[in-house]
Design a protein around this ligand. Structure first.
Ligand SMILES: *Cc1c(COP(=O)(O)O)cnc(C)c1O
Length: 485
């Protein structure tokens, strides 16, 4: 352990990371920070999940959000010197960046139910919860790159929220450039402006003449060229990055301590797409945070709801994937889901490897069968789905009963939460975006536009900087080469 590193709790000598498909190299947090998938195609997970016991949790009751983040992150990254990590969390979780001294304030939807809460995790620069982890990721990248004397060129594809969150987290940082592909004309004007109005010289917006899948394929095309990838230090910031998961664990602790002052159990309802957000809740529960239920809310793309109810995992393909009014949840293959399956099937890489081979062959796998219901009940996971009509009705209902505006994704979470309330356990709905980001659906529900947060009034009128690009991997490679050298 380097000098000054935080001592791990209990007897742990420091966690290391393994692949969900069995590769057993002994990697540290900073080793996997800049990596994507493991070389066997799996995802990195801690070999053993660290524990926060009741005493440790009680000691964090009055900590600032930044100190709470430090206490959680140091469990996953004991090799980062404790003062360095503390500096990073204190620079990241500020009232300036998250527009509230509490960082993730809690409010109560008492007009709907006495124990129903909303945890505001979308007050960051791009008005979606992804800022919570991405802002810290930017700080961690900059720190580790400087330490290792490296630089990184992040290449990504976005349909909206991830790209803007990544750009706002990486803008102006030393040693980092961002090349972000987006489908031209297919994001909302607000989302487009959030990205294209960034004039920082390390941010490159590429408006692709195609759909999101074309953008994604171009990224894959570049990543498939290992020599190019190494030569130009290409990296990613996608939702499988373990640091993003770890940073998201923090607001489950902050939600719990705000909603359960007596230290008792709480439940969370989580609008889900790639399963990164609710998976962080699962990690929090495994660490010892008193969480009764984790309620997975899907939209019409209900692959995960089907799995949690029945044990059948059947990702939809092609036209079966619907475009909905909660677009950030329009996902069929949830990338973090493999991490939960690893835990659920006994943390055996060979089992997961077989399941994903079957998935590739047959398009589905089925974990139902003996004891499924009771084993799933023991995990605390519940689920439900929401439709366009549910979404509009919930936006109206929350507005009428509580005078609160929720965005379409959060509305899906509230709709499903209401079906799983228990009188003695506080239910915390995660607010995954602010309504201003999805004003068309708010207008459809309520007949008027939601208010815009301060500082965003003229967003669409600001000068924009982007470059158009054809769907052509060779052109993209030439562009990157020209702007890196
Ligand atoms: C990304 C996103 C989600 C889905 O989160 P996952 O971690 O992918 O499950 C839900 N709502 C909003 C607004 C998002 O941006």
């Amino acid at each position: 352990m380097p000098e000054g590193a935080a001592p791990a709790l209990g007897e742990r000598g420091g966690v290391h990371y393994v692949s969900t498909r069995g590769e057993s190299s002994c990697l540290s947090f900073t080793d996997i920070l800049l990596e994507g998938l493991a070389s066997d195609g799996g995802l990195y997970v801690p070999a053993e999940v660290p524990r926060l016991d009741a005493e440790a949790l009680a000691g964090l009751r009055d900590a600032s959000y930044a100190d709470l983040a430090h206490a959680v992150l140091t469990q996953f990254a004991p090799e980062i010197p404790t003062e360095a990590l503390r500096t990073l969390t204190h620079r990241t979780y500020t009232a300036e960046i998250f527009r509230d001294p509490a960082i993730t304030p809690l409010s109560t939807l008492s007009g709907l139910a006495p124990n129903l809460h909303l945890l505001h995790i979308s007050n960051g620069p791009t008005l979606a919860f992804k800022d919570m982890a991405m802002q810290l990721l930017g700080a961690l990248f900059e720190h580790v790159l400087a330490q290792r004397g490296l630089h990184l060129n992040i290449l990504g594809a976005t349909s909206g929220d991830t790209g803007s969150s990544a750009e706002h987290a990486m803008r102006g940082r030393n040693g980092i450039r961002v090349f972000m592909l987006s489908p031209e004309g297919r994001m909302t004007p607000f989302q487009t402006a959030q990205m294209f109005s960034l004039l920082d010289p390390n941010i490159f917006n590429l408006a692709v003449d195609g759909v999101f899948d074309d953008c994604q394929d171009m990224v894959k095309g570049v990543s498939a060229d290992a020599a190019f990838k190494a030569r130009y230090a290409i990296g990613t910031v996608n939702s499988i990055n373990w640091a993003r998961v770890a940073a998201q664990v923090v607001y489950y602790v902050s939600g719990w301590r705000a909603a359960a002052p007596d230290g008792g159990e709480v439940s969370f309802a989580v609008p889900s797409g790639n399963f990164g957000n609710v998976y962080a809740g699962w990690v929090a529960r495994c660490m010892g945070v008193p969480i009764r239920h984790l309620v997975v809310a899907t939209n019409e793309n209900d692959v995960l709801d089907e799995f949690f109810r029945t044990g059948l995992y059947r990702p939809r393909v092609g036209d079966e994937v619907r475009a909905t009014s909660s677009p950030s949840m329009d996902i069929s293959k949830a990338s973090n889901f493999e991490r939960f399956v690893f835990d659920f099937t006994g943390r055996d890489g060979a089992v997961v490897s077989d399941l994903w081979a079957r998935l590739a062959r047959e398009g589905a796998f089925d974990l139902s069968g003996e004891g499924f219901a009771s084993r799933m009940a023991a995990t605390g996971f519940l689920s439900g789905r929401s439709t366009h009509a549910d979404r509009l009705a919930t936006i109206r209902h929350v507005h009428e009963a509580c005078g609160v505006l929720v965005d379409p994704h959060t509305a899906d979470g509230v709709k499903v939460a209401l079906a799983h309330l228990s009188p003695d356990v506080p239910m915390i709905c995660l607010e995954t975006a602010l309504p201003a980001k999805f004003s068309a659906t708010l207008r459809e529900a309520l007949g008027s536009d939601p208010p815009r947060p301060p500082g965003t009034d003229d967003l669409e009128q600001r000068p924009q900087r982007f470059e158009r690009m054809a769907v052509d991997v060779a052109v993209l490679k030439r562009y990157i080469a020209a702007h890196v050298e």
